[in-house]
Design a protein around this ligand. Structure first.
Ligand SMILES: Cc1ncc(C[n+]2csc(CCOP(=O)(O)OP(=O)(O)O)c2C)c(N)n1
Ligand SMILES: [Mg+2]
Length: 556
């Protein structure tokens, strides 16, 4: 049968015979999914056959390792703000993808995993079937807030719809559906129109809005802290910041919410100073981990929390006010309540303080040189994908970021090696803008095998590897804090240029920030495949004094 014949659902709500795989794929398409990132295997053959039959309605991007499939889906979700899907076999396939699933959980990213299972009648019996893993459902249930098993073709569309609703309701995050090898291919009459469930309406607590607005209006030194949950409320955060003349602190996931060119936009070290002075902090879509656990709280500080997760605000300490729901509409209500508010500009004060902090941060001059080269070439809406490496740590503090969703950082998991594959997903989902992956020589090799995926699917990602021949961060700690007893931190590396070229990628070496700029210019022009730039670097100055900083208020 031709692809087109199969992919066109009949008109109306007529029941048609569909396999579980076909019903699942139809449901994904109904939810706006156009790509499944995947690595196949016998357990999921019927699902992949359904993907084939869906033709141009949905693409399958296959990777070279399951972690790659899951990271690509994560990167696509972070770059677009929309749900994304990956599929892998059970047991080892699931576990291979688990670090990415964990990261999606930590970042509240809507990633739906479709995981195979052994045959339905054998589940739980320990017979030693291919890829069997004890209590797969139990493992999955610890990794995502919503998980279920599709046990029949007639359940597929409904469970997919529930998974999408769960990913978008309350605290966003990943969802997982399992399906047994013999169920994917089983068929039954099912509705041709897969349901899409409406999201529960959001109610805004007007009393809490009034309370929060009163406190913010009376605040002498308000501070806004933006986390990943503020990425879709950038307009509102900017408006509130202007109204209140409140600085906006962002470190990893909140960067780009307020344009770095605004002198009220601050990162960690200056943010900590402002936290120490603040009388009211408005946390938007953030756990406030650094403030609460590193810098301290006391009676003089009132904290207002805006969060999609009703359990989040009270986790560390009860806030003065908690506003539960999507940040955008809640902040809009706050702005309306503060409409008549006016404050003198803090521009001059903030410019001076930014300049002073910048002089301290100049200690990171080697990193700054490379970041300046990157910022000069990466367009305003280009996407920077961070890694657990010296340039990444410095970027979190110093790289100017202009727009939401253009700085992707792994959040509190800070898992080495996420970068290259995550950036590939971001570039695949956003072919209209250049995406730049940075990594150290350590982190790059975690997912650099996906250069083959970039070639196979012509994904024009640019990647820089900063090569210091070491797990440099670990090595520096051993030097500075463990009497130079170096262990397990030196690396034998491939020739990165020849390595990338062997995949068919473009590759070159850049020995200075100037050379890096020129290489980036060439790379960003190339839109038909990946580029790798290797930058050999010496050990770099430590950024940690600007990240792990002592308490500024309260008692231990
Ligand atoms: C999954 C994971 N494993 C281990 C670590 C610990 N770790 C943090 S930084 C680092 C070394 C990074 O080396 P490289 O990527 O070369 O960056 P460099 O510090 O040399 O710039 C390691 C091993 C981690 N953060 N995540
Ligand atoms: Mg290194």
């Amino acid at each position: 049968m031709s692809k087109a014949q199969h992919s066109k659902p009949p008109p109306g709500d007529a029941a048609v015979r569909m396999t579980t795989g076909e019903a699942t794929v139809a449901a994904l398409i109904a939810h706006g999914i156009d790509t499944v990132y995947a690595l196949p295997g016998v357990h999921n053959d019927s699902l992949f056959d359904a993907l084939f039959k869906a033709g141009d309605h949905i693409r399958t991007v296959h990777t070279r390792h399951e972690q790659g499939a899951a990271y690509l889906a994560l990167g696509a979700a972070l770059a677009t703000g929309k749900p994304q899907v990956y599929s892998v076999v059970p047991g080892p396939g699931l576990l291979n993808s688990a670090a990415a699933l964990l990261t999606a959980y930590g970042m509240n990213a809507p990633v739906l995993a479709l995981i195979g299972q052994i045959s339905q009648s054998a589940i739980g019996r320990g017979l030693g079937h291919l890829h069997e893993i004890r209590d797969q459902a139990g493992i999955i249930a610890r990794l995502a807030d919503f998980s279920a098993r599709i046990d029949a073709p007639t359940q597929a569309a409904g469970l997919v719809a529930q998974a999408f609703r769960a990913m978008a309701t309350g605290r966003p995050g990943p969802a997982v559906l399992e399906c047994a090898i013999d169920v994917w291919g089983r068929s039954a009459p099912a509705s041709a129109n897969a349901p899409v469930l409406p999201l529960p309406p959001q109610s805004i607590d007007e009393d809490a809005i009034r309370d929060a607005a009163k406190r913010l209006a009376a605040a002498k030194r308000p501070l806004i802290v933006a986390g990943g949950g503020a990425q879709d409320a950038a307009t509102e955060v900017a408006e509130l910041s202007r109204l209140l003349q409140a600085p906006v602190l962002a470190y990893r996931r909140g960067r780009g919410v307020l344009d770095s060119r605004d002198p009220l936009s601050v990162t960690l070290p200056l943010g900590r100073e402002l936290w120490g002075e603040a009388d009211v902090v408005l946390g938007v879509g953030t756990r406030l981990l650094y403030g609460y656990t590193h810098w301290g709280i006391d009676e003089e500080l009132a904290v207002i929390r805006v969060d999609a997760d009703p359990d989040e605000p009270e986790r560390f300490a009860r806030p003065a006010v908690a506003l539960i729901g999507d940040a955008g509409p809640i902040l809009r209500h706050l702005i309306d309540a503060l409409a008549a508010h006016h404050r003198p500009s803090r521009r001059a004060e903030m410019e001076e303080r930014q300049a002073k902090m910048r002089r301290r941060l100049d200690k990171l001059a080697p990193q700054i040189g490379f970041l300046d080269a990157i910022r000069a070439e990466l367009p305003e809406d280009g996407i920077f994908v961070d890694e657990v490496t010296q340039i990444g740590f410095a970027a979190r503090l110093l790289l100017p970021v202009y727009k939401p969703r253009t700085f992707l950082s792994p959040g509190y998991q800070d898992n080495l090696g996420w970068g290259y594959a995550t950036a590939l997903g971001a570039q695949h989902a956003r072919p209209d803008v250049p995406v730049l992956s940075i990594a150290g020589d350590g982190g790059f090799l975690f997912t650099s095998n996906e250069l083959a995926t970039a070639m196979r699917h012509r994904i024009p990602l640019t990647a820089i590897v900063f090569n210091d021949g070491a797990f440099g961060n670990v090595r520096r700690t051993q030097e500075e804090q463990y009497g130079n007893r170096l262990i397990a931190s030196d690396l034998a590396n491939p020739d990165f240029v020849r390595y990338a070229e062997s995949f068919g990628a473009e590759a070159e070496r850049a020995d200075s920030p100037q050379q890096l700029r020129a290489a980036l210019q060439r790379a960003f022009k190339r839109r038909d495949g990946p580029t790798l730039i290797e930058v050999p670097v010496p050990p770099m100055p430590s950024p940690w004094e600007f990240i792990h900083m002592p308490r500024v208020r309260g008692v231990e």
